[in-house]
Design a protein around this ligand. Sequence first.
Ligand code: GDP
Length: 448
Amino acid sequence: MPDHAADTIAAIASAPGAAGVGVVRVSGPAVPTIAQTLLGRAAQPRHAHFTAFRDAAGELIDRGLLLHFPAPASYTGEHVLELQGHGSAVLLDLLLRRCCELGARLARPGEFTERAFLNGKLDLAQAEAVADLIAAHSQAGARAALQSMEGVFSRKIDVLLQALIALRVHIEAAIDFPEEEIDFLADPAITSQLESVRTELTELLIEAQRGLRLNDGLRVAIIGRPNAGKSSLLNALAGSDRAIVNATAGTTRDVLRESLSLDGIALELADTAGLRDTDDEVEREGVRRAHGELQRADVALLVTDADLANADLAFFTALPANVERIVLINKIDRDNLAPHGEQRDHAHWLWASAKTGEGLDPLRNHLKHLAGAGSGEGAFSARRRHVLALQQVAIHLDQAAAVLTAARAGELAAEELRHAQRVLGEITGSYSSDDLLGAIFSSFCIGK
Ligand code: GDP
């Protein structure tokens, strides 16, 4: 871990090339001196000073605003200086160099937010939300990232953590009185406490999965036999001729991806090769990739037609349980069928035509719904590592419940709960390795 308090960092904090205002941000112990030198007197805390920024020789670099946020009431928790000048990359660079001459060094990507985390201004999930907010590619995603940055997700994790700790205390107390342990552990209060933590976790996991979709977009894998109309559907949804539509079976040999935004919701569509046994070397590779695509998808969209639909449900075999299923009966124009929808066989069925576009709006709406559209005010963003951690916590809780019920093994249950607590703590960073922090903050942009 770098000694984050010892030095002062500086970076251009506004997007290069942006018209209007440009910002150089500085954080660390040298800030009061840098501010004093630039301003010619001590800066007033949180006051916008309009001033001339000059280089060492007294030459004018730019004119703009100087703001000093003394520690600890700042973004990083350290002394922070913001210099707002004209949004010229050249001038901003000169201003940045001037700050470096006066004692700052160039900041690494994410270093401001890393310092905010290390100084307890943000927890890890909030810090990640800062990066997600900047990278958001949909309105719903940006709103959700803002919620996480405000601590909505972190507070839910904390509630769960407290419940878990209470449960551990209960069980560990029972272990400390071995002669009464069996009775203690048989206490229905412990089981019901464990069950209620498990229920809370399930709810949080569902919300976090939705948060992941809001953040990353919904991953939709389009599957089905060759010639079912997968490429045509991708084209119809994407509104372009990105995939090659061909009347000869087996043309879509690779996985084609298309990102699109449906009313501010991001979708990543992957058109996979028809999942059939094949002798063709190239097509076999496509089929292998299609299987891989399904493992990482949120939604499996099976394209079929009225005659083959039931047989094609076999495509869903070996699909992970948490993948949403849609059956699209395509080519209703050819078969003279009416567009409609229904729910059955754990799937959402829709009748449509990729060729005429008939029946595709209900499909778009269903995809938007699955992506978390309209999930309301409280929806927060999450990352894959958060969802994986929550799934891991679920495994530990189930294991704890199993050893308690089957063997009344208090020690083993307590051990599982200890693991659960550690994994949960990794989400907000109360337990985190330097490697994890390095990986998270290095993916930020410079100046944040
Ligand atoms: P893929 O192999 O599953 O990607 O199928 P394609 O999208 O390449 O389509 C195969 C053939 O079916 C092409 O000739 C398409 O024009 C045709 N097709 C696709 N969708 C429809 C549809 O809704 N109605 C009709 N009549 N033909 C379609």
